[in-house]
Design a protein around this ligand. Structure first.
Ligand code: AG3
Length: 290
């Protein structure tokens, strides 16, 4: 008899799922906040799953982490202090550490177990977590950011979906506190969910509506991430000055010589060009009531 195959499946909506074959389960435990699983898979390498949702895979995490960090850095090269909310896997820290100009990176992760597990099983993302500029805070991002005033040039919200521990990180109150925590020309980037499946699209609209209301202007850009729902993922860009992220000095960024596998300055410009249905969705969100 053949050995039984093991598969991980994420449910995208009641009628669509995504599966990958699992070679072995590396870790599985419930923390105070969520179920944490790590699997080895032939198609995507080692993967991290929180509460049944795929957070990252070794094969394609570079796309997400490059796209959540580099566009903001290219728009505002003088960023010195950064706050990452969530991101306990260290992927954002790794990309931020490519800039010598960054002086301080605070990471605020609610679940210390995520950091522990990623340090042990996902060195590919966690490897710069001990960089001298990085300081890890085990705290609720919602509360942490409330106490900060004009402290950060860049805030990156690297959260889970807006259910469970990440829920508060999509609210108007949170974005308002981020606005006060930013310096004069500071930038907020958030993972903005997918526009495709209905529930994700609604999360996307809510996030955009709140960001737009709080910052007065909010831009959205996209990336193709094979292992996230629908493969089409959005990011939000909002800044205190309302600057347009499509206006930036690409040559200056190229001159830094930073090595990336997905991001480049042509792609930067293109990533803000959105499909019509997404544009419409976001426009409708801006005029939705509160
Ligand atoms: N944070 C965004 C993950 C969202 C994926 N959602 C899903 N699979 N339903 C990823 C954290 C990586 N640093």
């Amino acid at each position: 008899m053949q050995a039984k195959e093991l598969w991980f499946t994420e449910n995208y909506c009641p009628d669509a799922r995504f599966s990958m074959r699992v070679e072995r389960q590396v870790y599985s435990a419930k923390s105070r906040f969520q179920q944490i699983d790590v699997y080895d898979t032939p198609a995507f390498g080692r993967v991290l799953v929180l509460d049944g949702c795929l957070m990252l895979t070794e094969k394609d995490e570079f796309i997400y982490h490059e796209m959540i960090v580099h566009p903001a850095m290219a728009v505002k090269p003088d960023i010195k202090s950064v706050l990452v909310i969530g991101g306990g896997d260290g992927g954002c820290i790794r990309e931020l550490c490519k800039y010598d100009s960054i002086e301080k990176i605070d990471l605020c992760e609610i679940d210390r177990e995520v950091i522990k597990v990623c340090r042990e099983f996902l060195p590919q993302t966690a490897l710069r977590m001990d960089d001298i500029r990085a300081e890890l805070h085990i705290a609720d991002g919602l509360k942490f950011v409330r106490r900060q005033k004009e402290a950060y040039d860049l805030i990156i919200v690297d959260s889970t979906d807006p259910f469970g521990p990440g829920e508060g990180l999509f609210t108007r109150e949170f974005y308002g506190n981020c606005l006060s925590a930013l310096t004069a020309d500071g930038i907020l980037i958030n993972q903005h969910e997918s526009p495709y499946y209905p529930e994700d699209a609604l999360a996307c609209q809510r996030a955009h509506r709140q960001l737009h209301a709080v910052f007065g202007k909010a831009f959205v850009y996209q990336a193709h991430i094979p292992t996230y729902p629908s493969g089409h993922w959005l990011f939000g860009f909002a800044s205190k000055s309302g600057r347009d992220p499509r206006a930036f000095d690409g040559e200056a960024w190229d001159a830094l010589g930073i090595k990336t596998r997905y991001y480049n300055t042509d792609l930067h410009k293109g990533s803000f060009a959105l499909p019509n249905y997404v544009k419409e969705m976001l426009k409708n969100a801006e005029s939705m009531g509160y």
